[in-house]
Design a binder for this molecule. Structure first.
Ligand code: BTN
Length: 267
């Protein structure tokens, strides 16, 4: 209208909440997500999933949160919440295979879902960070007990991490790469579809383990590079030559010694 000044937006619009009805409808034909437990705010979806697992929730239960107040990362670290912009979900499983196959299956599922939904091709940093151009898009925390395993997935989708001092330069969101927002619902559904397929096959088919390891190995960006593995205060530097059958990283140190790394942070 001539002469009418429009109010300037000084802050970006609030993100829309997850469309849980759409996710539930998409999960109807899938192996995981029955039930789907949606929590607008929670300390950690992994902790909530553990509590449900102890109370006997069915195999494949998915806990999904909009905001985590105390998200947990690997090696005792905190996982920063980007309210309304991330995916933060945890799945309760009762696998018949060792947990390292869940490590492989979950990283492959996230990388595959990102490729399907965005056409980007992320890589996997050993053991299960999903990266783009060396920056972390997704972290995965797998916690096991004698009776169950929890697969926790945190995926940076919309918004920006540029203003987060602990993340800037090391992490990135899909929206920062693409320049537009991405459907969190589409990503959640494709991650769960892929992970459910891997899980069903792993539990039923003895050949699935070797196939999965091969797929995971092919997407590891760590292999062939010089790495430093941090294990607490210890460091091992060398070339990441390969992974063994259980997914351990085989590193040839600069003094020629061979190291089989089963845990730690690749720097
Ligand atoms: C890491 O890279 O250190 C793993 C991060 C895992 C974060 C996810 S977010 C959903 C689930 N709940 C948690 O508390 N942690 C995992």
């Amino acid at each position: 209208m001539p002469g009418t000044s429009r109010r300037q937006l000084t802050a970006p619009p609030s993100p829309l909440p997850l469309d849980i009805a759409a996710i539930e409808a998409g999960l109807a034909a899938l192996a995981l997500g029955h039930p789907l437990v949606y929590l607008p705010s929670v300390d950690s979806t992994n902790t909530a999933a553990q509590e449900l697992a102890r109370a006997g929730t069915p195999d494949g239960t998915v806990v999904l949160a909009e905001v985590q107040m105390a998200g947990r990362g690997r090696l005792g670290r905190a996982w920063k919440s980007l309210p309304g912009q991330q995916l933060a979900l945890s799945i309760v499983l009762h696998p018949r295979v060792p947990p390292h196959f869940l490590v492989m299956a979950s990283a492959l599922s996230v990388a595959g879902a990102i490729e399907t939904v965005t056409a980007l091709r992320p890589g996997i940093k050993w053991p299960n960070d999903v990266l783009l151009d060396g920056r972390k898009l997704c972290g995965i925390l797998i916690e096991t007990s004698a009776d169950y395993a929890i697969v926790g997935i945190g995926l940076n989708i919309n918004g920006s991490v540029a203003g987060e001092p602990t993340l800037a330069g090391r992490a990135i969101t899909l929206a920062e790469v693409l320049g537009h927002e991405v459907s969190r619902e589409a990503l959640a559904l494709d991650v769960l579809r892929r992970l459910g397929d891997h899980y069903t096959r792993l539990n039923a088919d003895p050949h699935a383990q070797a196939d999965l390891r091969e797929q995971w190995r092919d997407q590891l960006v760590t292999l062939g590079h010089e790495v430093t593995i941090a294990q607490g205060t210890q460091r091992v530097t060398g070339i990441a030559e390969d992974v063994d059958a259980s997914g351990a990283l085989l590193v040839r140190a600069t003094d020629g010694s061979a190291h089989t790394i089963v845990w730690g942070d690749v720097e």
